[in-house]
Design a protein around this ligand. Structure first.
Ligand code: SAM
Length: 365
């Protein structure tokens, strides 16, 4: 078992031989514990409506000038049928916290996917009352993904202001407790963090990893934080780039609404850091499902995904959202695969898995 100090040492400027050795160790453990098959989870982005105002997210309620969409049940089933056709075992239903998607509508979608395609259903729909989670479990949902984003409570509160579009309050949420309740309801649980949030330190990331291990998560997906210029945190990043004594700095930060005392401390949101996080997650949770995430593929479209897979990851989540909606699910800019059709995204994922010398789940279908 890795100690906190060992984890911290690996996260301090991960690069060169030290990072290579860590990646190789995680890669070998991945092979031993979960094998060479890479699991494919078809991602369906149901809706970009959101009542929250997360400071980092491009679909936050307060963002004007973005068209909002909500897929119809038929469109969702059509996307799920592609997952079946491509030989994936799972679909992931993800959305902003959209009050227009009722608990019953979601339950209907889950039941129809189970009945028509017998796929595993993972939900990533944010925070809802326990009654909704129970209803969806009853309808057949298998897994729930809810990122902690960061286990640093003060930083969490700074990036999740109270008062969403309809007054939705995230501030007091205890996501650890929520994940515990989801597990008790029978869900497999997944979480993860963003890497490189302004103000986040390597110590924070080390504590995130320890917490993943304590929670015995079934799935862990972490990825680099990617600034979106039309969000408060994206605007704050421009201010943070100015020298400390520049008089414009404080004013710009105030304007962006970013008040975090240690705002200047920041882990670099690089893929090297993401690979180190994946590798350490594998070492701490040898049997977990760990995706090589879209944010990693966004930072390095050529090699990112394959490198993530050779750092201990064993899951890829190809996007099956209809092309006409993809650009609108703009949580951060230049998101990988935005202009592709689902067939192209599928083909690219298979190529990247084979590039990594691994076997796509669909080869066994
Ligand atoms: N609303 C649900 C929730 O909050 O769990 C699911 C959708 S939310 C858009 C999915 C994930 O997108 C979040 O957990 C967050 O980590 C990630 N995300 C949002 N904005 C991001 C950004 N600027 N950079 C990297 N990841 C981001």
């Amino acid at each position: 078992m890795l100690s906190y100090d060992e984890i911290l040492a690996h996260l301090t400027e991960p690069s060169g031989d030290r990072l290579e050795r860590l990646r190789r160790r995680a890669d070998a453990l991945r092979r031993e514990r979960v094998g060479d098959v890479v699991y494919l989870r078809g991602l369906i982005e149901l809706s970009n409506h959101c009542r929250r105002n997360c400071l980092y997210c491009g679909v936050r309620a307060g963002r004007r000038g973005i068209a909002r969409y909500r897929m119809t049940i038929d469109e969702v089933l059509q996307a799920a049928s592609l997952a079946k056709r491509f030989g994936y075992g799972t679909v992931v239903l993800q959305a902003g916290e959209d009050a227009g998607l009722s608990d019953e509508t979601i339950a209907e979608i889950i039941a129809a996917i189970k009945q028509k395609f017998s796929l595993i259903v993972t939900l990533s729909l944010g925070e809802r009352p326990d009654s909704a989670f129970l209803r969806w479990k009853e309808a057949g949902a298998d897994r729930y993904l809810m990122r902690l984003e960061t286990s640093n409570r003060r930083l969490f509160e700074a990036i999740h202001p109270s008062g969403g579009g309809d007054g939705g309050v995230a501030k007091t949420t205890d996501r650890v407790a929520m994940l515990g309740r989801l597990r008790q309801m029978g869900y497999q649980i997944g979480s993860g963090v963003m890497i490189g949030i302004p103000g986040q330190t390597t110590e924070d990331l080390a504590r995130d990893l320890m917490l993943f291990s304590e929670l015995r998560l079934d799935m862990v997906g972490s990825g680099p934080y990617l600034p979106h210029s039309d969000t408060p945190l994206g605007k704050a990043a421009e201010a943070l780039a100015l020298p400390q004594d520049d008089p414009r700095r404080a004013a710009l930060l105030r304007q962006a609404g970013w008040r975090y005392p240690e705002a200047d401390r920041q882990v670099v949101p690089s893929n090297e850091m993401a690979f180190a996080m994946i590798a350490l997650t594998r070492l701490l949770l040898p049997g977990a499902n760990i995706p090589s995430t879209t944010a990693i593929a966004t930072l390095d479209g050529q090699h990112g995904r394959a490198m993530g897979l050779r750092s201990g990851a064993n899951v890829v989540m190809p996007n099956l959202t209809p092309t006409k909606y993809r650009a609108l699910y703009e949580i951060y800019p230049n998101k990988a695969a935005t202009l592709e059709t689902p067939d192209q995204t599928h083909a690219a994922a298979i190529r990247q898995i084979r590039d990594a010398g691994l076997i796509p789940e669909s080869d066994r279908a």
